[in-house]
Design a protein around this ligand. Structure first.
Ligand code: AMP
Ligand code: ZN
Length: 498
């Protein structure tokens, strides 16, 4: 069906993509933990998987895309200890944990819409799948890979390692891990410090707790993804993705849970997106360099020189490979803004009917047609090469140069058959719009700006009625200084222009 090759983190090599049950593809992506606003690093990861989902569909696959919402079980440290993130945020904001979940889920969806990403086809929640998670634990206990102690259940990593390889994905060595953990915990009801929680007994002050065969408690974080991916995609499915920082322990533990319960590791291909940095530093809340998507849109952040649209930010993401670290800086944003405009302008230009004249190909392809055909083919070749968006964009830039030459009259429309013009338009449209999900942001921005301008126009009108000419002149003059002109129309209305 396609010649797609994917870098598989599990085998550490690029492999031909061969779905378990073509043309169907099962894609599972670890979703957000909904206790705070998604930052722009999170957005990079989710928009990378949106591009992957879009390209799989574009290649003809029927994709079931599952991305969960973690609304329980994710504790404050990666080893499944500490307090539940939703609960601690609920205390901070004086809300119910489920109000926290709702608030940040809605916010996350809004951001994903602003970035024009498709929703997953199934978006299951951890709290909605407690029965499946409990069944999975029972299964693991039955198979000898988990044990109960004092109302909690742990995964027995050493036991698992007798049959399987804990560390297969992350390359971690179990003995080194045990040595590293020993000093840290000192707890410990676990058989080994490396064992991770499947179910945790809840102390009475825990708000989010549920009944289980082991008493009141809550699930371990890694469990939900095994339970939900298996439920919706089967024991063996195609692609599992997430950010690089989830490789260990989250994905390693998922594989262990899957093997331990079903005999299959879950996904055939594991994909990991790389981290987003700002000015060379990993973006994180503690360093004070995490920027929220809305701060890009308003420009209201000390590290930004002005507002940047979601499409500009997304274009910047797409200009590097999903598995490379990406450093966001002002220069990159400015270039992305210009680059995106150039490509969108080219698409608009080539969509003009004036180029689509009936012009049947002559016997041989012209030199420019050959170049065009090569570039269009290369877009697919690059995307088939582990979703290489950076190289694909480079081809689109070369195609936009052809459009600009047509526009400038350097290339005459007669030098290109109508088939070639259609191919040029289709390629730009397919990749920019369908595969990358880019769109012109002017329309949205203008609508918003117009709303804001109407507010100012109304305040000025009210000032005039009150004969407060100082205020009405101030509004007109200051807007003029910013290049915005107000015009009093004959019918009494006021229009504005830039
Ligand atoms: P979380 O809500 O913290 O579970 O994170 C959601 C997703 O965002 C995960 O796949 C993380 O790996 C990913 N992520 C977190 N920080 C970054 C970052 N700075 N750059 C890219 N992806 C990130
Ligand atoms: Zn997960």
């Amino acid at each position: 069906m396609s010649s797609l090759h994917i870098y598989n983190s599990l085998t550490r090599q690029k492999e031909k993509f061969e779905p378990v049950n073509p043309p169907h593809v099962g894609l599972y992506v670890c979703g957000p933990t909904v206790y705070s606003d998604a930052h722009i690093g999170n957005v990079r990861t989710f928009s990378s998987f949106d591009m992957i989902y879009r390209y799989l569909r574009y290649s003809g696959y029927k994709v079931r895309y599952v991305r969960n919402i973690t609304d329980a079980g994710h504790l404050t440290n990666e080893r499944g200890e500490g307090v539940n993130r939703m609960e601690s945020q609920a205390k901070l904001e004086s809300l119910e944990p489920m109000e926290i979940v709702q608030k940040y889920t809605v916010g996350f969806h809004h951001v994903m819409e602003l970035f024009n990403t498709f929703p997953p086809t199934i978006e299951p929640t951890a709290t909605g799948h407690l029965i499946e998670q409990i069944e999975l634990i029972e299964n693991l206990i039955e198979n000898g890979f988990a044990y109960e102690v004092g109302g909690s259940v742990y995964f027995d990593v050493k036991k698992y390692n007798e049959t399987y390889n804990y560390g297969a994905l992350s390359g971690r060595n179990i003995d080194e891990l045990i040595a590293g953990y020993r000093d840290l915990d000192g707890q410990d009801e676990k058989r080994n410090s490396i064992d991770f929680a499947l179910w945790k007994k809840a102390s009475p002050e825990h708000i989010m707790q549920w009944r289980s065969p082991w008493g009141m408690g809550f699930p371990g974080w890694h469990l939900e993804c095994s339970a939900m991916s298996t439920k919706y995609l089967g024991h063996e499915f195609d692609i599992h993705g997430g950010g690089m920082d989830l490789k260990f322990p989250h994905h390693e533990c998922e594989i262990a849970q899957n093997n331990g319960s079903t005999g299959h590791g879950g996904a055939k291909y594991w994909l990991h997106t790389n981290m987003l940095n700002f000015n060379g530093q990993k973006m994180s809340k503690s360093l004070g360099n995490s920027i929220l998507p809305m701060q890009f849109i308003t420009g209201d952040h000390p590290l930004l020189d002005k507002a940047y649209s979601p499409m500009t930010v997304k274009f910047l993401f797409l200009q590097s490979h999903y598995s490379s670290e990406l450093d966001i800086n002002i220069k990159g944003l400015q270039d992305a803004e210009k680059g995106l405009k150039r490509l969108m302008d080219a698409l608009k230009e080539i969509s003009n009917p004036k180029y689509h004249i009936a012009n049947v190909a002559t016997t041989a392809l012209t030199e420019i047609e050959e170049q065009l055909s090569r570039l269009c083919g290369e877009c697919k070749t690059n995307m088939d090469d582990d979703f290489n968006t950076a190289k694909t964009i480079a081809c689109l830039f070369e195609l936009s140069t052809i459009v600009n030459s047509l526009k400038a009259g350097i290339i005459k429309p007669e030098q290109l058959s109508s088939d070639s013009i259609s191919m040029l338009q289709k390629t730009l449209n397919d990749y920019l719009t369908d595969v990358f999900g880019l769109q012109e942001d002017n329309e949205n921005n203008n609508a918003k700006l117009d709303e804001v301008m109407q507010v100012l126009i109304n305040i000025r009108k009210e000032a005039k009625v009150k004969k407060d000419f100082a205020t009405s002149d101030k509004i007109r003059n200051e807007l003029l200084e910013k290049g915005v002109q107000l015009k009093d129309e004959k019918d009494g209305s006021v229009s504005w222009s830039i």
